[in-house]
Design a protein around this ligand. Sequence first.
Ligand SMILES: [Zn+2]
Length: 143
Amino acid sequence: MNLYKLNPLKEWTCDVCSEVISDTNSTWLEWETNDTTNNDENFRLVHQECKRSSTDSDFTLKDLYLYRVVGQDGLAKLLNTLEHLNLHNLEDFTEIIRRLHLPYYEEARQYLSKARSSGDYRSTEITEKDCKNIISEYAKETI
Ligand SMILES: [Zn+2]
């Protein structure tokens, strides 16, 4: 997997191809509503070409353009969306909010499992400062 230095709150990595997402007009937050359980799940940030097709009959594909869920209005949109979701795991969606709205989280996320296996940052309460620390500590070891 490639590791990237990412522009905070402007670049993300695609959950399908792992390449950088930098254009919010042609990229998506997509997820599935399970037709059996009615749960909303499998939230992903993806390029247009990496989007799933909705031919699978086990779920209904839902999506929002990325530009609609970034910035201040984007946070308002995500919170409103959250109120209408049926979530089995709340963390599935709070992770998306962190990725889209916590500065440096998306870049730090690439090193989070390594940091956690070293005993650091076990809590999900991660701040912008924590993210910067993770990047400065762990990115240099791998890049
Ligand atoms: Zn992609």
